[in-house]
Design a protein around this ligand. Sequence first.
Ligand SMILES: Cc1cc2nc3c(=O)[nH]c(=O)nc-3n(C[C@H](O)[C@H](O)[C@H](O)COP(=O)(O)OP(=O)(O)OC[C@H]3O[C@@H](n4cnc5c(N)ncnc54)[C@H](O)[C@@H]3O)c2cc1C
Length: 453
Amino acid sequence: MASSPLHIAVIGAGFAGLTAARALKAAGHSVTILEARDRVGGRIHTKAAADGTPVDVGGQWIGPGQDRVLALAEELGVETFPSYETGDNLCLFNGERMRFSGILPPHAPEAVAETEATFQALDALAATVDAERPWTSPNAQELDNQTFEAWIQRTAQGPEARFWMRFLANSVLAADARELSLLHVLFYVKSGGGLASLISMSGGAQERRFTRGAQHLVERLAEDLRPNLRFNCPVTALHQDERGVVVEHAGGSLPADRVVVTLPPTLAGRLRYSPALPGARDHLTQRMPMGACIKIQCVYARPFWRDAGLSGMAITDAGPISLVYDNSPASGTPGVLVAFIEGEEAKLWTNRSAADRRAAVLGALVDLFGPDAAAVREFIEQSWLEEEFSRGGYGGFLVPGAWTTLGPALRQPCGRIHWAGTETASQWAGYMDGAIRSGERVAAEILAIAAAQ
Ligand SMILES: Cc1cc2nc3c(=O)[nH]c(=O)nc-3n(C[C@H](O)[C@H](O)[C@H](O)COP(=O)(O)OP(=O)(O)OC[C@H]3O[C@@H](n4cnc5c(N)ncnc54)[C@H](O)[C@@H]3O)c2cc1C
């Protein structure tokens, strides 16, 4: 039991908020979690197909090196299974459909060589970055002065190498190369253990899935916190003085000693603060937009592509989707293909009608997998841009100049207000694992203050 228990308000019941609340409660403090939605999980959301198959419309994959999420699943007895990756991958590039195994399709040898060299150059540069404090990395200013696109154009000349780098921005950050700070991309690669770790299935971040969907893990994590949770409670304002904090929310107000804000920074910037936030913190929230992603699951009677020796993994430059994976359940039935519309395409296609999107996505899948792809039993789509309490995904990213001018404001508490959420992690930032690490870090921050009082 803590010697003088504090009352802590945690805003947001995603992985970060639940992890922080659990640790603070275990240390004997009193915790209230205020959640805007009517469920836990935030950017994790498992829906059910008509036959009950769990379908993750938000985050879903975990892999080696993501030690905190793996440990949590183990501790809470939540089952996982390996992602399906048997067979050939597909790539549609410049109108040509290619079957391939490994990372790259059979482009011309010089194009493959340049693409590999560009990947290696990016990885080598990322290795120089300090993921804990990116603004202190060697040449941080120079790296932060430019967009990822500027680096791509300087480093790679051929269309293939440029395509793969831009695809990397889309598929790993759900953002476009021209809006990302190069330093942010390098930070992200370093934080996820290098490029191979980020982009691989086996041995990488897409290695495993949760048998009952990712929400199963969040629900298990929330189990002991049910009495502490208040749903449908969007927080609107935080007032603090020397006595404490008052949290205003849709249902009233809540006094607390300390507050943990786990919202992505751009959403945290939409709350009202009194006294006003320090300028640097507010400007940081103005420079960390969310990635843009529409995640679509196509449910088929069976995974027909497996009969043709295909893994279900496909990459296309023809739009609107850029990336496809086999997302069938562990049993293999029904067959599910998950397709992603990301970055600029997501910003365009979120405005189109559902019927237009369906026709375009199925058309793209037919171009890749053949006519069977049209015989979809269910089409389940989730535009994260339209989600009021996420406003995008997978996560927030920093635009050029922000890390080196405002980086320290990402985690620096503002009086009684502490910041968590996957965007504040230095390892696996943007991932579930990073969210959990951020919850642990912020709980330790508050416990240290409580111990010193
Ligand atoms: C489509 C998609 C695919 C992804 N794929 C993967 C993947 O395969 N693997 C992986 O590891 N990660 C993936 N991610 C990222 C992962 O989901 C996130 O990193 C993680 O869930 C973030 O957790 P968090 O607690 O930091 O934030 P959140 O989950 O965003 O939690 C913040 C919480 O705050 C609540 N909230 C917002 N505003 C307010 C307010 N005003 N008042 C009160 N509450 C509020 C929200 O409802 C939410 O519950 C993906 C994300 C998306 C969107």
